[in-house]
Write a protein that binds this ligand. Structure first.
Ligand SMILES: C[S@@+](CC[C@H](N)C(=O)[O-])C[C@H]1O[C@@H](n2cnc3c(N)ncnc32)[C@H](O)[C@@H]1O
Length: 261
């Protein structure tokens, strides 16, 4: 992967591109007037990270560009600020100061809502197995400018780990986080309008494994929570209890951690 900019970048875009390349140890290639096709050919890479005034994006030959965006998190945080509840936070029984392991970070919308809710004393660790997504999202979380201080501060607090969640969970001590949260790709196939469609070509769509769930139950102090599409049956396979909601697009389910609270 190489980092480059759009055509005729301004100073801010150049600074962002330099920072992105440095942070991840990637080569920065001056765009000049080269087309993306010729840059890909010249550097022998399938994907490019292209920085423009709209932020960084993954540009590949076959797919639409993928930009970071806080997606549903912006609206959900606005609602929380008005005093509404958020179903995901309720299922997870999130309290200020909690530590959450978001085992399937994706574009990070859920992680941002967790980070807002746990506040400055809390901690959100977002695990993403796919390098390009992890790069794009870590950069976006650190650089996205928002009019909402709550949203922006939440984004800045998320720690991104570019690893497979099973490897991360296996290394974690018993009862070392409050909640482990899974929102696997495979279980979201049916959700055409979920705002994660652009992610699909770059995402890991392997199914959630029994071992990951049992490691999560060991690592969590409170709960392990799963989000899946409305026709998902994973919760039955793993013995998770569905949380009844009026939001029919998704099913949240949970299981108390081993040893409970
Ligand atoms: C449905 S998306 C998550 C969307 C996310 N909750 C959000 O709000 O944007 C699932 C993500 O988990 C990642 N993933 C799948 N299996 C994984 C694994 N074993 N370890 C870490 N990340 C994984 C995928 O690459 C994908 O980016």
């Amino acid at each position: 992967v190489i980092v480059t900019t759009g055509l005729e970048p301004n100073q801010e875009t150049l600074r962002h591109a330099r920072q992105l390349a440095e942070r991840f140890g990637l080569p920065l290639v001056e765009r000049g007037d080269a087309s993306l096709v010729s840059l890909r050919q010249r550097h022998g890479c399938e994907h490019l990270l292209v920085v423009t005034a709209k932020g960084a994006s993954i540009q590949s030959a076959q797919e639409k560009p993928l930009f970071f965006h806080p997606n549903t998190a912006a609206l959900r945080i606005k609602r929380l600020e008005r005093g509404d509840t958020d179903i995901m936070l309720s299922v997870c029984q999130i309290q200020p100061g909690d530590t959450v392991l978001d085992a399937t970070l994706g574009l990070g919308a859920d992680a941002i809502v967790f980070a807002y809710a746990v506040g400055e004393r809390g901690r959100v660790i977002g695990v993403e197995s796919e390098r390009l997504i992890a790069l794009l999202v870590e950069d976006g979380l650190q650089t996205w400018q928002s009019d909402s201080p709550g949203l922006q501060q939440a984004m800045r607090r998320i720690e991104v780990l570019n690893r497979s969640h099973l490897d991360v969970l296996r290394e974690m001590p018993d009862r070392s986080v409050d909640v482990v949260y899974f929102d696997p790709m495979f279980e979201r196939m049916v959700m055409a309008s979920s705002g994660i469609q652009g992610l699909r070509p770059f995402a890991n769509d392997a199914a959630l494994t029994e071992e990951s769930v049992s490691e999560a139950l060991r690592v969590a102090r409170k709960r392990v929570v799963l989000k899946e599409g409305k026709s998902g049956r994973l919760h039955e396979r793993f013995g998770l209890i569905p949380y009844r909601t009026r939001q029919h697009q998704v099913v949240y389910s949970y299981r108390e951690a081993l040893g409970g609270e």
